[in-house]
Design a protein around this ligand. Structure first.
Ligand SMILES: Cc1cc2nc3c(=O)[nH]c(=O)nc-3n(C[C@H](O)[C@H](O)[C@H](O)COP(=O)(O)OP(=O)(O)OC[C@H]3O[C@@H](n4cnc5c(N)ncnc54)[C@H](O)[C@@H]3O)c2cc1C
Length: 414
């Protein structure tokens, strides 16, 4: 695989860009692999990448029923932060955030990581206390955040109305090295690196059954035939319940639609990410100039990749209070994804009840930021049977009552 570089861009500019290689090979499935990963979203691809990079396991197939990165990974609002309350969450999200810092160099692919700063507005006394508590917890966890005043919020985001009609801004939890990255590029960068290591990424290949023998996984049945494997990783976000059903167990999560929208592009007016959890909405400005807006989940289970109209209305209405200038913007398009939400709003990275089968799911509304940390830990779990990053996120926490309650940090925000 030829490396991308400034020299390569100059060379290709001189020969009409005829020398670029395909970013990843078009592969056909082999009969057998050491590892099969179902789902070529960010988490599946990152898992395969770190299995190869950290453990030398490269006889891997990544099976995708649609197109690579076409699930939630290509549909999210790209917020990256690690300001979680509980220690296991802070550990895995901060690992992910730190890997984002060097991801472009590591993958030799520009993922446009932009650590522009993320603020979560406190708009009630209760939120002030909650975020101050999180800032203290983060200090102990080694995550750099601080609680800032309303005045400082206004300095950082001059377009904000901090004297909102319903909820004035009282302060914010500020993570200066949080930010965003280009979601497609994260999937494409991992895919290119996996393909370069010899792994097969097989698109339009739907898994329709999980085959087992003597209580152990044997392989999968797909729309392109049977594929055998030693180990199977199920990394399918909103379809996790369906895949678990094929493997003969149930998962404690629900699939619900979550949607986002973007405005027409405008000149740069806001260079941080703002999340307003009380009025319920969050916003950042993309490099193209569009205001990227996200809201909450629909209140019903669904497998459709779109959400209900009233949610869009509520989100925009809430944000207009906080950013009056967006009332004059035209909204260009909206879309949805199917998010897999657990009761404690924390993910599941676990051995499954079926031997040789592993599940990585439950990232709900906030798993984009976790992609590299999740891939790192899940790869270790699959390769060695244990990982300090994933220990607390096992399925047994639901039967033992050891919940990792992140409903404040992740329940409504991303
Ligand atoms: C609107 C929206 C906004 C969001 N905003 C943020 C945000 O700002 N920050 C953040 O951190 N997170 C955010 N998220 C959450 C984040 O997008 C997800 O947690 C994350 O992308 C999940 O990645 P994944 O790889 O697990 O799943 P996906 O990217 O969904 O990948 C799973 C793949 O599995 C495939 N698949 C399913 N069934 C099968 C099958 N039977 N056979 C083969 N393949 C199959 C699917 O086609 C899909 O491509 C948001 C999500 C949405 C929908």
């Amino acid at each position: 695989m030829k490396r991308y570089s400034a020299f390569a861009i100059a060379r290709e500019a001189l020969r009409d860009h005829t020398g670029w290689q395909r970013a990843w090979r078009k592969a056909q499935p082999k009969k057998r692999y050491d590892v099969v990963i179902v789902g070529a979203g960010g988490h599946g691809l990152a898992t395969a990448y770190y299995l190869g990079k950290n453990f030398g396991i490269t006889n891997i197939a990544i099976l995708e029923k649609g197109w690579l990165g076409g699930g939630n990974t290509g549909r999210n609002t790209t917020i990256i932060r690690s300001n979680y309350l509980q220690d296991p969450s802070a550990a895995i999200y901060e690992k992910a955030r730190s890997l984002y810092e060097t991801m472009s160099q590591d993958l030799n692919y520009n993922v446009m990581f932009s650590p522009r700063g993320v603020m979560m507005l406190a708009q009630t006394e209760h939120e002030v206390r909650g975020y101050q508590r999180t800032a203290h917890a983060n200090a102990l966890q080694g995550v750099a955040t601080e609680f800032i005043s309303a005045q400082r919020v206004k300095e950082l985001v001059p377009i904000m109305n901090i004297n909102g009609p319903r909820y004035p801004v009282l302060g914010a939890l500020w993570q200066p090295r949080g930010g965003s990255a280009r979601h497609d590029a994260v999937a494409w960068g991992y895919a290119r690196a996996c393909s370069a290591m010899g792994m097969d990424i097989i698109q339009k290949c739907e898994v329709t059954a999980v085959r087992q023998e003597g209580g152990k996984v044997k392989g999968v049945t797909t729309s392109k035939g049977d594929i055998d494997c030693e180990k199977l990783g199920l990394v399918v976000a909103g379809h996790s319940g369906a895949l678990a059903d094929m493997a003969g167990f149930r998962l404690p999560l629900e699939s619900v639609p979550l949607q986002a929208l973007v405005s027409e592009p405008i000149k740069p007016c806001m260079d941080v990410v703002v999340m307003a959890n009380t009025v319920h909405g969050y916003m950042s400005q993309s490099d193209k100039g569009e205001m990227v807006i996200g809201g909450g989940t629909d209140a019903f289970n669904s497998y459709t990749q779109r959400g209900s109209f009233h949610h869009l209305e509520e989100t925009v209405r809430a944000l207009v209070e906080t950013f009056p200038m967006i009332s004059r913007l035209k909204m260009l398009r909206h879309w949805g994804g199917i998010v897999d939400v657990t009761g404690d709003r924390s993910p599941i990275l676990s051995k499954a009840p079926l031997e040789g089968c592993f599940v990585n799911c439950g990232w709900g509304t906030g798993g984009f930021k976790a992609i590299p940390g999740s891939g790192w830990g899940f790869a270790e779990l699959m390769a060695r049977g244990q990982s300090p990053l994933t220990d607390e996120f096992g399925l047994n926490r639901f039967t033992e009552g050891r919940f990792i309650d992140e409903s404040v940090a992740a329940g409504v925000a991303h």
